[in-house]
Design a protein around this ligand. Structure first.
Ligand code: RIB
Length: 314
């Protein structure tokens, strides 16, 4: 199994259940405030660790209770945290999350220490880049850090997976970033923002994916929530349906998907197999609350995957 290097954010999520996501200017009475470990990078590292991946996590935490809580939880999930940095003058990242009755959410992040997960910190992690087999990147850290990590990975011949979440303003990205990326994993909204194209229908999404392939991305997997995932590469498009489940909280489902995808690829699985496995991991995660607390173990994903794929051709 190849080592997975996850580079990304860590947050503590302050979550309130709400009957619906408030409109601008609206006040809603919600449920109790609950604190969960989160952050896109940390969620991906945690999901991959819980699924049995060999994971090293590059992130920056504050020297505070939240930072200690995240470090401890990720270590328990089997993630190597020795290289995680600390920013003594900044608080650990915080996300304020509303979860509505159908499980959908709205999130605002105060990045705090994640602002230090940039080039200066990553330049000191040469050994981690050299030792890994694949890189999993997301965008809740400075974009110069994402750019540096992607280039470093590509230069060293590693498989580079970029989850472009949250979607940045397209003009803020280096135009050559896409050429460093082997596998791009946006959701529908991120695909629309990155391509600047409509993404309401599958043919529109396919066209938007082709626009990003033209810019240099190796391959795209678009996560579509309950509809599954769309794989688009030159000469092939395939839709992988997701198992039907009752969602209670979709927070971190995309992160679990990416963590699971990375684990399967690190084990040498083909991309199609990895996508259908990741669909099952994400489906299980939405049946439970919290971003990291909902990440499933390998055996339960495997059982669902076997049941789902029996008789299917993709
Ligand atoms: O993807 C879900 C995550 O987004 C949450 O855990 C929150 O911290 C934000 O980063």
């Amino acid at each position: 199994m190849k080592k997975i290097l996850v580079v990304g954010s860590s947050n503590v999520d302050f979550v309130i259940d709400t009957p619906h996501i408030p409109a601008p200017g609206e006040t809603v009475l919600g449920g109790q405030l609950v604190k969960y470990p989160g952050g896109k990078g940390a969620n991906q590292a945690n999901a991959a660790g819980r699924l049995g991946g060999e994971v090293v996590f590059l992130t920056v935490l504050g020297e505070d209770e939240e930072g200690r809580m995240l470090r401890q939880g990720l270590t328990q999930a089997g993630v190597e945290m020795d290289r995680a940095g600390t920013a003594p003058d900044l608080a650990t990242g915080i996300a304020s999350i509303y979860v509505a009755e159908e499980g959908e959410n709205a999130i605002v992040v105060a990045p705090g220490a994640n602002r230090r997960c940039g080039r200066a910190y990553l330049e000191e992690q040469e050994e981690a880049f050299a030792e890994c087999g694949l890189l999993l990147l997301s965008m809740e850290i400075p974009l110069e850090g994402v750019d540096y990590a992607a280039r470093k990975g590509k230069e060293r011949g590693k498989l580079v997976i970029l989850n472009p979440a949250p979607a940045p303003v397209p003009d803020s990205l280096s135009p050559s970033l896409w050429e460093q990326v082997d596998l791009l994993t946006p959701n529908e909204t991120e695909l629309g923002k990155l391509s600047g194209m409509p993404v309401e229908t599958l043919p529109q999404m396919e066209a938007a994916c082709h626009a990003l392939l033209e810019k240099g991305a190796g391959c795209l997997v678009v996560t579509l929530g309950e509809k599954g995932a769309l794989l688009v590469k030159k000469g092939k498009t395939a839709l992988f349906p997701a198992p039907a489940v009752t969602a209670v909280d979709t927070t971190g489902a995309g992160d679990t998907f990416n963590g699971a995808l990375a684990v399967m690829l690190a084990k040498g699985a083909g991309l199609e197999q990895a996508v259908s496995f990741a669909n099952c991991a994400a489906a299980l995660s939405v049946t439970r609350r919290g971003a990291q607390t909902s990440a499933p173990a390998f055996d339960e994903v495997n059982a669902l995957w076997q049941a789902e794929t029996a008789g299917r051709t993709n």
